[in-house]
Write a protein that binds this ligand. Structure first.
Ligand code: GRF
Length: 190
């Protein structure tokens, strides 16, 4: 199983996938890591691990993922022989042509128990809603904002004195365990 990872930020989930591969608990290779953010630490992590990286040029659009950029992304992933794409903190909505090129082969991790709290800063949304429980979800990407069939979820408690940061940290611990497990589950069914 050759994985392609797309991320915009720190890349701790990419690291967790890499660690699971190194530990022998996930039978896969990370073939390529792509980021729309040249400053994203995910690129540093990948380079340190000797994984090929690339920049996605979004033509100056702040949040949009332009069609030409998606077509270039498809070409890069295909050239790298990628079988499964993992979005790991990727901050743009994936649409056709990327979705059409990898049907049912794109996963995302979201820091809430979907369908609760889709969208940005889900941990902050949970605090503001005074939720007593939250967590994370790995799901198939279907072109919506954090929609698509859920593969696995993990719950965490929300404590009365939690801040957005403390809750996000607790969720991330579960994310790092859950993402490799979800990839294993999907790979076994392919
Ligand atoms: C994670 O919390 C993930 O659920 C969300 O963005 C964050 C990315 O973190 N989609 P990292 O870049 O993997 O550290």
């Amino acid at each position: 199983m050759r994985l392609g990872i797309l991320g915009s930020g720190s890349g701790s989930n990419m690291q967790a996938i890499l660690d699971a591969i190194a530990a022998g608990t996930l039978d896969a290779d990370i073939a390529l890591v792509l980021s729309d953010n040249p400053e994203g630490y995910i690129l540093e992590r990948a380079k340190k691990a000797g994984i090929p990286t690339g920049l996605i040029d979004c033509r100056g659009f702040r949040t949009k993922f332009p069609e030409e950029a998606q077509a270039e992304t498809v070409a890069a992933l295909k050239a790298a022989g990628v079988d499964l794409i993992c979005l790991a903190g990727f901050m743009r909505l994936v649409k056709a042509p990327l979705l059409e090129a990898f049907p049912n082969r794109i996963l995302n991790i979201h820091p809430a128990l979907l369908p609760a709290f889709p969208g940005v800063a889900a941990w902050k949304q949970a605090i503001e809603a005074k939720a007593t429980e939250s967590g994370c979800s790995v799901h198939f990407v279907d072109g919506g904002m954090d929609t698509g069939p859920v593969i696995l979820q993990a719950k965490v408690p929300v404590f009365p004195d939690d801040t957005a940061e403390t809750l996000h940290q607790r969720i991330q611990v579960e994310e790092h365990r859950l993402y490799p497990e979800a990839i294993r589950k999907v790979a076994a069914a392919l």
